[in-house]
Design a protein around this ligand. Structure first.
Ligand SMILES: Cc1cc2nc3c(=O)[nH]c(=O)nc-3n(C[C@H](O)[C@H](O)[C@H](O)COP(=O)(O)O)c2cc1C
Length: 400
């Protein structure tokens, strides 16, 4: 994946050319989500963009009544580049002054990545002081302006204001994307969250895992250029733009690891899998009037150890939550017992860290002998550091 782009299309006569720009971006390996202004839809059909965009298209903040209208904020976190083609005089002025009165300009305010605009308009609008002031403001904020060229304009006259060539716009967009990440092209499979083992039709045995560490790994891997799939347990939030499969029980997760593990270069097995499950699931709902209840629990087969791997692939990184006192010894034993390539050891008995918490500290050990300590920090930052620390071993293992 080359990068994540939000393509903004505003209401100028050149809006149809945005379709070619979209094709160019997708051909170059970008993920693209398109946002059209309402006026853009008077020039081109949103359906064309919806079909050709890898991540769909929208033309209104309000089109989906089940969408509370905050998705642009999540989208803003995940995309590398906002590219506006064509950028009308109106949209440039609104973006420069912070007006957010439609889906595109609202997104523009939430966007954190780079901005590239390709204006197109008649010569008078282009030369107007208001337009030039808006462009100067956007440039001051770091935007790239792909300048319009001279040519035959829609009004039937020749002058400055014609949209730049499609190849120039695509080239400027690709140049603005962050360099390919440390995990470019690496296929990463992450498991996250708790399992739920049924006792009867309504009751379960589960654990306190929030899935936050696994989600942080998936998001950080995506941002480092990896192709990511997340296997997520109950109630684990789905991060935007990441392929996700849901599991409930350890057996479900085992099946998913079997199916997707074969396609992965690395598996980060961060799910908190049950060690025990009820030996039999009671039919219907157990009734307390039947008196005391004794559950027989059976051990759950070790999923990491059972994961199908040929010649040590995929690279397998597991987690070990242990008492701080003998953290490393127990983690090293766990790595050996499961045939894992790396283990992330974290303490279960230090306040404010670990399960259900936003922060963690870790010691990473690998089979090849790396030992690295990571100080207590937010799980998002820790995830990125863990991925980078093991990137070398993971990339080397791909070549085996
Ligand atoms: C036929 C036609 C062509 C237009 N072409 C342009 C154009 O190329 N550039 C521009 O800035 N405005 C153009 N406009 C004016 C915009 O559509 C108008 O300013 C609109 O409010 C822009 O809305 P938006 O920026 O929300 O998409 C055109 C209008 C019409 C009716």
């Amino acid at each position: 994946m080359r990068g994540r782009v939000v393509l903004g299309v505003s209401g100028g006569i050149a809006a149809f050319r945005a379709v070619e720009v979209l094709r160019g971006l997708v051909r170059a390996g970008c993920r693209v989500h398109t946002i059209l202004t309402e006026n853009a839809t008077r020039f081109v059909g949103p359906r064309t963009f919806a079909v050709l965009s890898t991540d769909g298209a929208e033309a209104s903040l309000w089109s989906d009544p089940t969408n509370p209208g905050v998705d642009h904020v999540a989208l803003g976190r995940g995309s590398d580049l906002l590219l506006v083609v064509p950028a009308t005089a109106n949209v440039l002025a609104k973006m420069a002054s912070g007006v957010a009165d439609d889906a595109l300009t609202t997104y523009a305010l939430a966007h954190r990545g780079r901005l590239v605009v390709a204006p197109a308009m008649n010569t008078a609008m282009w030369r107007h002081a208001a337009t030039q002031r808006a462009l100067a403001t956007l440039r001051e904020r770091g935007a790239t302006v792909v300048e319009p060229v001279s040519g035959f304009l829609a009004e039937g006259e020749t002058g400055l204001g014609k949209l730049a060539a499609v190849d120039d716009i695509v080239g400027a967009a690709l140049a603005a994307l962050p360099p390919r990440g440390a995990l470019a092209g690496v296929r990463v499979l992450v498991s996250a969250g708790p399992t739920r083992e049924p006792i009867d039709a309504v009751r379960v045995i589960t654990n306190r895992s929030s899935g936050r560490m696994g989600v942080a790994l998936a998001v950080a891997a995506r941002d480092l250029g990896a192709e990511v799939r997340l296997l997520a347990g109950p109630a684990v939030p789905a991060p935007p733009g990441i392929a996700i499969d849901r599991f409930e029980t350890a057996a479900d997760l085992g099946r998913l690891l079997g199916v997707h593990g074969a396609d992965a270069d690395v598996v980060w097995h961060a799910a908190a899998v049950a060690d025990f499950r009820p030996a039999a699931v009671a039919e219907g709902k157990l009734d307390r009037r039947q008196g005391p209840l004794q559950l027989t629990l059976e051990p759950v087969p070790d999923l990491a150890a059972a994961m199908p791997r040929a010649q040590g692939r995929p690279y397998l990184a597991i987690f070990a939550a242990e008492r701080a006192a003998d953290l490393e010894a127990r983690a090293a034993a766990k790595m050996a017992a499961k045939g894992a390539d790396a283990v992330v050891a974290n303490p279960i008995d230090e306040p404010g860290l670990g399960m259900e918490e936003a922060r963690n500290r870790a010691v990473v050990l690998t089979r090849l002998g790396i030992r690295r300590e990571f100080a207590a920090q937010g799980k998002e930052a820790l995830a990125r550091e863990l991925l980078l620390a093991l990137a070398g071993e993971v990339v080397a293992a791909r070549r085996r």
